[in-house]
Design a protein. Structure first.
Length: 277
């Protein structure tokens, strides 16, 4: 599932391309919105909230989209060939000189802009909120502390605690804090430091498609342990372990170094590098 910085960047690019312009084409190819035509509406803004995206129009409505596992928004010049198959397109928003295409957007809803909180009001503080301040930190800490009996890795993924962290950042935060992902929240030292690190990592990558936690933008060097199962730890050389964390649809692949991240952990289930997320 895309991380919060990926959605933030998509929103920033769509905002720059669409805001202040009138839609020449506004197709919604989703069963729930069959027949909706947005052509003629003016775009007044595009904003991300955690992993949710809102495209706002001058008639007082917003188009809500969520990327889930494989969704994405692409920007093209008119006439350019799309990089994904046309049958995956769920929304096509065209303004003079730019075409925004939303692919594999399983969650699309058109709603009054004033009611956006109905879809995101349950979320924890958005780690990429431009107005982030002490109040956001305090609320994130309150929500995280309330998950005292939860495993840290799972608590970090819970959008009701903090909005924006996905499996990549969960994995890397645990490594950088020297904690097993299975450490209980109540046993986690310096929870404010965990929150601050989550925001720092997301901010560092918010304005570029590359996601690095090591400081290197080279794909082979970008992460400490994420997707490096079976390879040597960059710090100590110990083989990176892999196991599932969570149950059912909430299960995610966890990567960790047993030496750098001491603490509770299951028996590794795989040693070969799995598919992303």
């Amino acid at each position: 599932m895309p991380e919060g910085d990926t959605v933030h960047l998509a929103g920033k690019r769509l905002n720059g391309a669409l805001t202040g312009r009138t839609l020449l084409r506004g197709e919604i190819r989703h069963p729930r919105l069959a027949g909706v035509d947005l052509a003629g509406l003016g775009v007044v803004g595009v904003a991300s909230v955690g992993k949710h995206l809102f495209t706002r129009f001058d008639d007082g409505r917003s188009l809500h989209s969520h990327f889930r596992m494989d969704g994405a928004w692409h920007l093209y010049r008119p006439g350019m060939r799309w990089r994904r198959p046309g049958h995956e397109a769920r929304a096509v928003l065209e303004v003079p000189e730019r075409v925004a295409v939303g692919f594999a957007l399983h969650d699309l809803e058109l709603l009054p802009t004033a009611e956006e909180s109905r879809l995101v009001g349950h979320l924890g503080p958005d780690l990429l909120d431009p107005e982030w301040g002490p109040g956001h930190e305090a609320e994130a800490l309150r929500r995280l502390t309330a998950r005292a009996d939860h495993e840290l890795g799972l608590a970090l993924l819970e959008q009701r605690v903090m909005a924006g962290v996905g499996n990549l950042y969960k994995t890397e935060i645990c490594f950088l804090r020297g904690l097993s992902p299975w450490t209980l929240v109540r046993d986690t030292p310096d929870l404010p430091g965990v929150i601050a690190l989550a925001r720092t990592l997301l901010l560092a990558n918010a304005d570029r498609p590359e996601q690095t936690t090591t400081g290197s933008l080279l794909p082979a060097e970008a992460h400490w342990v994420f997707e490096r199962g079976g390879r040597p730890c960059r710090r100590c050389g110990t083989r990176i372990r892999i196991a599932e964390q969570g149950d059912g649809v909430y299960a995610r692949v966890a990567y960790w170094c047993p030496r750098c991240q001491p603490g509770p952990a299951p028996r590794p289930t795989r040693t070969r590098r799995p598919l992303r997320r």
